[in-house]
Write a protein that binds this ligand. Sequence first.
Ligand SMILES: Cc1ncc(C[n+]2csc(CCOP(=O)(O)OP(=O)(O)O)c2C)c(N)n1
Ligand SMILES: [Mg+2]
Length: 637
Amino acid sequence: MSAGESSVRLTVGQALVRFLAQQRTERDGVEQRFFAGCFGIFGHGNVAGFGQALAESAHRDPAELPYFQARNEQAMVHAAVGYARMKNRLRAFACTTSIGPGATNLVTGAALATINRIPVLLLPGDIFSTRVANPVLQELEDPRSYDVSVNDTLRPVSRYWDRINRPEQLIPAALAAMRVLTDPAETGAVTLALPQDVQAESFDWPREFFARRVWHVGRPVPEPGALDRAVEAIRTAQRPLVVAGGGVIYSEATEQLRQFAELTGVPVAETQAGKGSLPWNHLSSVGAIGATGTTAANELAREADVVIGIGTRYSDFTTASRTIFARPDVRFVNINVAGFDAAKQAGESVVADARTALTALSGRLAGWAVDPAYRTRATELSARWQETVDEAYGIGREAAKAAKPGQLLAQTEVLGAVNDAAGERGVVINAAGSMPGELHKLFRTRDPKQYHVEYGYSCMGYEIAAGLGVKMADPDREVIVLVGDGSYLMLAQEIVTAVQEGVKLTIVLVQNHGYASIGSLSESVGSERFATSYRYRNPKTGALDGDVLPVDLAANAASLGADVIRAGTIDELRSALDKAREASRTTLVHVETDPLGEAPSSQAWWDVPVASVSTLESTRRAREEYDGHKPAQRHYL
Ligand SMILES: Cc1ncc(C[n+]2csc(CCOP(=O)(O)OP(=O)(O)O)c2C)c(N)n1
Ligand SMILES: [Mg+2]
């Protein structure tokens, strides 16, 4: 296209900033800007291209595409994911990086985004398209092809991946990127790799490229035949059970789920991403399902003849590695906006938005309900589990039975205090270690957006970075980041960004000197807790079983700019959480817990294969137990 009124000459970087600023989503008549801003770390791969464009944009209009500094590229993707998840995927962030290590640091974050189906736009710099100066600093140099760069590592973890080798390629690529980012069935990480020379090249862009563009996020309706089959399956069920996944929350279908449950009496169990679909004390709620589930949900799952999965991808934790739905004749009805997930477990596939499908189902099932005795049984099972929660949280524990001085707190008591501190709307964030499982079964969720546990990728280091994004998405909510010492040591540096931006987080650091979770898993598979605690190497044994290390993570957090409170007892913890809530600055509460403490059992299995031959007695015993569980595993054909 030649220069003229219908075009505008800009670099690729400048054009991309302008384009991103004009993208909008609309759902249910509510229109909003899609990109809340851009996280970035600069190097030679983006400073002169996209970085220059951001600088120019900040001069023109600081609100056009606000820039936020991060300390680590992986962490900035986590922050972006935290934000987009909180916004039910209707708003998101872009992330700009340099080439080489800045780009490959994105890979873990991208995998997390894609697995959890959360949109994020990644803009790594790439090696010269002209190749005139190659190899450039940080170039991989594949002897088989100069077409390869480290950014190719982002291909399998991106839902859309493209490299912009000529300026005009940006036009179709940017549109394709937006299509994927705003499509709930397809979304995840989207990568546009930007060669550093191309970013700075200019082109006469058609003005329409920068027009305000609205991406309509629809609510696909069920195909009539599919709805008929689903209704028929549910009507003939004696023991139906809903499994509510993240799709219920992203679709904002919690009210429709409540109506469906009240109308039909079908009990509702929740996956990690779906937790909060019903308030914990709703009569139809049986809480968490699967390997980290409640005994109530799991008992009903074992008896269920029809499982109604809504917005779930049936991870191994949800299905207890395909053992929890135990009836030989169990059938599945799957409502999912993604055909890929709807087809799982050979179920009746209803490809539709959760809200639309639930409304349709409630209409078609009017007058039908489960046997009242089944309803009562679900309620009773739940009530029994809630007594277990009270016990684990230490509610009603007499003073005489309270912890003795010097005795470490149980992690479940810490979670009880955090549950109280979160109140009606506070958001609790976690991702890896022993806490996700305990939170899943214990946490009493009152609001659909208050339980933010990333358990698609269960990525250590997500917690603090995601807290930043969550708080940016909803500054009115108290945000409580629960983080283990292992996770903290992996990726804590976004505390600095939170302090810089005045984004106030409460961080509860649970110090148990190592990997309580993997320690207990290790023991259960006969690996004797090998190398799962942080200890000095013992000169006598040669193993890592010496003294506890002199590590002070509270001091570390203070050095990064956080206010710090150390809590030793449950009363100190509760008062620290009160103080943190009132504080205006990011506050870290440091608490030590017993690494050997246990949460109540879910009575469910998780498939982690055990060595089939071993000289260790512990391993042989674990293998025997494993062999005992294995036959219960189903294909669900
Ligand atoms: C990035 C990453 N590496 C490794 C793992 C495997 N893993 C899961 S939990 C865990 C230990 C977590 O330790 P910590 O945060 O202290 O929590 P704790 O188990 O003590 O509750 C490890 C190593 C993971 N989930 N993520
Ligand atoms: Mg730990």
